[in-house]
Ligand binder design. Structure first.
Ligand code: AP5
Length: 214
């Protein structure tokens, strides 16, 4: 089973991906995560991507497609691939179609998580990660036991992502509306779009996801 997790920044794609990966043994490819790793390791690619990411813009298709190709080669032993945050514009979707057809792979579902913007902005504003182990928290929806400190690490400090600030949130949502949202029509025409109410708790949303996949 091959799926695309689709939706605006902060809607909960990463949160659902963690559950899906375990439950269905899928290879999880988050282009955002992969890019953040490149930035952290200060690779050439990371240096090129960093500026666009911090401004909430899309990284060039050439860089992102390279990452996708490299990761797809590692899918053996899994029940399929879960693309999270890719494709993000029509050219990326067309490139993906070409890559998949060369490998005789088809997409089964495009899970489109949907939510009001107000909820999305609150989720993004509350998101924090431990600087040691990477565990994620949300000060509104999933707070740590002690404010600003990781529950799991002795000296882990919680911090927001570099692109998690009010101005960049709005820029990312605008980029989503202008460049990414048109993909809904692209996938609806192929009969693959599955809209999902993303406004409930993470477990409630996952129940909706499972209804589609099972
Ligand atoms: P990326 O990392 O893909 O970020 P995004 O799409 O903006 O999505 P987020 O990771 O912000 O949110 P999410 O939907 O995963 O939500 P989450 O589960 O964390 O991309 C980052 C950047 O990389 C882009 O801006 C771009 O520059 C670049 N990039 C990436 N892919 C690219 C591509 N294909 N082409 C070009 N550039 C690309 O949830 C958010 C918060 O809410 C969390 O705190 C979570 O705990 C909480 N939460 C989640 N679900 C719930 C719930 N149901 N109830 C309560 N709280 C919840």
């Amino acid at each position: 089973m091959n799926i695309i997790l689709f939706g605006p920044p902060g809607v909960g794609k990463g949160t659902q991906a963690a559950r899906l990966k375990e439950a269905y043994n899928l290879l999880h490819l988050s282009t955002g995560e992969a890019l953040r790793e490149e930035v952290k390791n200060q690779t050439e690619l990371g240096k090129r991507a960093k500026e666009a990411m911090n401004k909430g813009e899309l990284v060039s298709d050439e860089i992102v497609v390279g990452i996708v190709i490299n990761t797809m080669e590692k899918a053996s032993g899994k029940n399929g691939v879960m693309l999270d945050g890719f494709p993000r514009n029509i050219p990326q979707a067309q490139t993906l179609d070409a890559l998949l057809s060369k490998r005789n792979i088809t997409i089964d579902h495009v899970l489109s998580l949907e939510s009001d913007q107000e909820i999305i902005l609150k989720r993004l504003a509350g998101r924090r990660f431990c600087n040691k182990c990477g565990k994620d928290y949300n000060i509104y929806f999933n707070p740590p036991k002690v404010e600003g400190e990781c529950d799991a690490c002795e000296d882990g400090i919680l911090a927001a992502r570099a692109d998690d600030n009010e101005k960049v949130h709005l820029d990312r949502l605008n980029v989503y509306a202008s460049q990414t949202e048109p993909l809904k029509e692209y996938y609806a025409k192929k009969g693959l779009l599955r809209p999902i109410d993303g406004m409930g708790s993470p477990d409630e949303v996952f129940e909706e996801v499972k209804k589609i996949l099972n």
